[in-house]
Structures are given as C-alpha cells and as structure tokens.
Ligand binder design. Structure first.
Ligand SMILES: [Zn+2]
Length: 394
C-alpha cells in the first residue's frame, strides 16, 4: 500500500502575521505547532509535508495547489483564533462530504479532550466556506487553537509544554482518524530469555579471535539460570570488554574483571578472586539493570557498582541488550555493538555436532595433550591414563 500523504498547513506567514495579541503573532504559533506535530508523526507511517517550512507568505490558492499537486490524502490547516472569545473549534467545508465529517469528528473529539483537561471550552464542530477547505481536492480540516487576543488563552499558548501536549493530541487525532500505523521499530534483543548461541559457537568464536584465550564459556552457561539473563549476550560483552581476553586496556588479566567493572575515570577497576567470581559479578551487574534491587535468594553481592546503578533510577527498567547503550557505558551504541559486532558473528559460526579436530585443538590448547595426534589415531590405556591424570591436576 502507498504511504498516506498528509499536508500540514501553518496558517499565514511572511508579511501576513495573522492575528496578533498579548505579544504573540499567529503565524509563529501556527508554525511552531505544525513543526511539533510533524515531529510527533515522524514515528508513524505517514508522509508529512508542510505548506511552508519557514516564515514566508503564501496565498490561499498556493496552499491548495501544493496539496493538490502532491495528490495528498488529507489536509490539516493550523490556525489561532481572535476577535473575542476563548477555547477551541474546528472547521470543515460547508459542503463537506460524510467521510470528511467523520474524520473531522474523530480529530475534533481527541483535541477537545485535551483542551477540556486544560480548562478550555469546546466551541464546537463548525462549517465554513474557507478557501483552503473548499479548493483542496482531499478531505480537509482547519483547527482554531484558542484566542490570541484573550489573556488566559494567550498565556497557555506561551507555554512550550502546553503546545507540545497539544501537538500530541492533534497527532493522536490524525493517527486515529486516518488509521495511520506506527513505523515498525528495528528488532531488538531481549535479555530475559535463553541464549540463542550454542556453547561450542562461543568457544569457537573466541578461539578464532584469540587462540590463547582461556575458555570460561561453561561458567557463563551456568549463570544463565541463576540470574535469568541470557549467557551469550554476557559472554559477547566480555569479548568486547577484554578484546577477546587480550586485555590491553587499564584492566589486567589477573583481576578476573571481564566487563570493565568500576574502570571509569581512569581507575584500574575491580578485582575478583577467581574467574567464576568475576563472571558472577558481571551477571549481577546485568541483574540490577534488568531486574532491579533484589538479588536471587541466598546470593551475596559481588558487584562493586551495584549501588551506583540503583541510584541512577535505571535499575530494573531495561529490557533489551541494546538498552545498555548510554547506561553501562556512555556510548549509545554500546548495547547494539555487543549484538552486531560480537553476538551475531558468534552465532554465524557453523559447528558440526561432531568435530574431532576442533576438540583435539582444544585439548592441546589446555595442555592436556601435546603431541600430534590425528582424529583417526587409536589411543592406548597409557595415553588415556596420562590425559586423565593431567585433568586431575587442573
Ligand atoms: Zn488564522
């Protein structure tokens, strides 16, 4: 389906200031409000065009011509009233068809609801022989937003927060009456689900980037259930923070700090007794962001930055990995980088269910076997006993 085309028409402009009063000019208010509406509608599946993008004069036929030549689907003219009175009213053409009246009715009611809450009168759904309503080829509405020459009305029109709320209401009315849908947001990665990557993929990904890296994948896997956080995202974060366990930043490998905990302002960062403790502290730091103040039963706090998160007001409010951006680290792209630069490539690694060469390479790396065994070689009892005793010694 084609995207709906909507024309917003900020009334007056340039040499034509429109109505004036209480230090306000109508052309400025109309323009300010129209820009706010256009901004709100940018989240929706609608193509918005303003008849004027700056303070210039357009006559009424030019405004209609813009809408007609674009074959717009709807025309919405924004004005401010004057001449003694207070409140809000809307107009359609005297000879408006039923669909034009129906759309107007929905918009009018939503906007009138906003005015009512602010204490302003609904002056009604009116009809008039205005050029922009008559000479536009599509259904059209004209909104008169309060009276510029009324002190109380003008006072409200000077409040940015009031205009912003009004823009919200008008956008909502347009969205509802014209059945405009939200633009689909880019897909995000939930945290409180089971990991999508397989442990072997994580190990293979890590050793492909740094063959010397220690393999703590099993520790990450074990923490998933305890903290209700997908281990693959936490592991991907460690790959990012440690440069695949090459370190090289201010944190040293012996600190067992794989997520840069407490490394802000040039500080060396936290240290943990064992890799397992460091990884658990990392899960706890995720936990406070995604679940809030209560650790799972019987768990003691290992995270030195827990209170800092609790103070931010973000505790327990995050949902997606992408939400870490601007929170865990200053960069807004921090979370999406964990996904796009680490987790996705990890998940793209193809793992055969049975990969003897990979398994042998792993044992060699960990010092459990050290000769050039081939996947097809037979093993003697003496060799098996040696491997088992080396494992016992680990
Ligand atoms: Zn006007």
């Amino acid at each position: 389906m084609l995207v709906m085309k909507l024309i917003l028409d900020p009334g007056h402009g340039g040499k034509d200031s429109g109505a004036v009063g209480n230090g306000l000019q109508e052309k400025d208010l109309n323009f300010d409000l129209s820009k706010r509406i256009a901004a709100k509608l940018s989240a929706y599946d609608v193509d918005v065009t303003l008849t004027r993008n700056k303070d210039i004069y357009l006559d009424l036929s030019e405004r209609c011509e813009i809408a007609n030549s674009l074959r717009a689907d709807y025309f919405c003219s924004i004005h401010t009233n004057s001449g003694g009175g207070s409140g809000y009213e809307s107009y359609v053409y005297t000879g408006a068809r039923e669909d034009t009246e129906n759309i107007r009715s929905t918009i009018h009611n939503v906007v009138a609801g906003y005015y009512k809450k602010a204490g302003f009168a609904d002056r009604g759904k009116k009809r008039a022989n205005f050029a922009v309503l008559r000479d536009t080829d599509m259904p059209a509405i004209l909104l008169e937003n309060l009276f510029i020459d009324n002190k109380v009305d003008a006072g409200k029109l000077k409040e940015a927060s009031f205009l912003d709320g009004l823009a919200d209401a008008i956008s909502k009315g347009l969205v509802e009456s014209l059945r405009i849908s939200l633009i689909r947001q880019p897909e995000k990665s939930p945290v409180k689900i089971a990991a999508a990557a397989k442990p072997l993929q994580a190990s293979a990904f890590l050793s492909s980037k740094n063959p010397q890296a220690p393999d703590y994948v099993n520790i990450y896997v074990l923490m998933e259930k305890k903290y209700g956080i997908r281990w693959d995202a936490v592991f991907a974060q460690s790959c990012k923070e440690t440069a695949f366990w090459r370190f090289g930043g201010s944190v040293k490998p012996g600190q067992n700090n794989f997520a840069g905990l407490a490394t802000f302002d040039g500080k060396p960062g936290a240290s943990f007794a064992t890799p397992a403790e460091g990884i658990e502290a990392q899960f706890q730091h995720w936990h406070v962001y995604y679940y809030g103040g209560n650790l799972p039963d019987g768990v003691k706090n290992l995270d030195p930055r827990r209170d800092a998160v609790l103070k931010t007001g973000w505790a327990g409010t995050l949902q997606y990995v992408e939400d870490l951006g601007g929170r865990w680290a200053p960069s807004k792209e921090y979370g999406s980088s964990i996904i796009n630069d680490y987790l996705k490539p990890m998940m793209n690694i193809k793992i055969d269910q049975w990969d003897p060469a990979f398994e042998i390479a792993k044992l060699k790396r960990d010092g459990l076997i050290n000769s050039d065994h081939q996947p097809g070689d037979t093993v003697t009892w003496g060799e098996l006993a040696t491997v088992l005793n080396r494992m016992r010694g680990k």
